[in-house]
Design a protein around this ligand. Sequence first.
Ligand SMILES: Nc1ncnc2c1ncn2[C@@H]1O[C@H](COP(=O)(O)OP(=O)(O)OP(=O)(O)O)[C@@H](O)[C@H]1O
Ligand SMILES: [Mg+2]
Length: 454
Amino acid sequence: MVSNRGDRFGTPLFEGSVKAMFLGGGELGKEMVIEAQRLGVETVVVDRYHNPPAAQLAHRSYTVDMKSKGILKALAYRERPDVIVPEIEALSTEALVELEEEGFDVIPSAKATRIAMDRFLMRRLAVEKAGVKTSRFAEANNLDELKDACEKVGYPCFVKARMSSGGLGSTLVKDKDGIASAYENSRKLARGSGEEMIVEAIVPFDLEVTELVLAHADGRVSLCRPVGHVRSGSHFHSSWQPFVQAGRGFQGFGSELHRAEDPPRGEMLWTSGWNGKDVPEELAARVENEIYDVAKRFVGSLPDSKNSRKKGIFGCELFVCLGDEAAGIEPSVYFNEASPRPHDTGMVTIVTQELSEMALHVRAILGLPVPKINLLTNGASHVILARKEAWAVKYGGVANSLSEENCRLLLFGKPLALPDRRMGLVIVPDDDVNEARSKACRVAHQLEAGIVYE
Ligand SMILES: Nc1ncnc2c1ncn2[C@@H]1O[C@H](COP(=O)(O)OP(=O)(O)OP(=O)(O)O)[C@@H](O)[C@H]1O
Ligand SMILES: [Mg+2]
């Protein structure tokens, strides 16, 4: 319900408490629950499996099928939360739309959540309303249209299912012989309607950036310093803030550091021409401003909710090309997609910012002010991935890893390990981002090797 609490915060588990219901209880949800509980908020976590990280901390939790409209609505009626906070995409957006219609406060807004799930809607909004640059693309609604779309966009290209995430249903197509299997992959692995696909031209970027935009309840927006990352597959391995440091050797896509962090599984399609070079200060500043502009324009174009302004953190995924002055190539920033919630690459802010992206999200969704976003230190994060399937793994070598100076460790506490599943994160604060990346990479890889899977 739209809250009547005004500026009063009640006590959890008693009448008048402020209640947040999180849909999804992974590592981002866990940090959101911690931040909400610090403010005395009553927390309820809903997920599809028992005991996800956030449910281990919440006041109450439910294990249900979140794609079921009826179940989500029934839970909302039972709990009557002040805010409903989606943490994942795989849920019934229809339930969110109807709940918002009935007066519930859905974060950031039911429509924005719906758009972020749908590559067609997101692209159209980016191009037609926000007016930002994207990769060349074409839509397809069946195999014949897919063939035409691939020919039109050119090779190599990405074929992505209209509704999917985490790389599921996406295929790199090198020539027309790859179209049929890309079509099958999208149909089998995508969520929702796998017949519909988007074809995108490859952008040979120097690095990727997540721009975390905070939309305040009063309509203002604030920006975090851009978070840089590179990935060889579809999952993030390492992220750092700020995205480039003038005067320190650039380590972008295909660099030595990138290959150490995330060893490529096949041949890399390109490597950044800036690797090892210093990015001039003016160029870094110019690109940073462009990043802010693109992200603000996209977030500004997302619809508000029926009851209030859209609010919370948005993670805008951008591809950054630094250009080449000698060759007359201007730098450019492409919009890829956006999460209407904190972003996995943004977890580095747990250490680098005074208020992490999760703390910022919680403040904004409760209508609380954030006068200023402060970066306290530069730093980097690196994921700890499981290698195989196992129940309740044990982490060896933890004490040894923490004996390193300036090393922060998050173990998420996921009950089930799966190949490449993210189990934890190492975050290292350091003025020199490359040093932070190297250390986080070394320590995380040590911890990965120490996981006991019996
Ligand atoms: N057009 C493109 N050009 C170059 N690289 C791309 C392109 N599209 C996707 N990628 C690469 O693949 C990654 C995943 O793509 P995308 O963000 O579209 O998919 P996703 O399934 O939503 O992944 P996630 O849920 O991890 O964000 C990107 O971060 C980027 O590294
Ligand atoms: Mg993405």
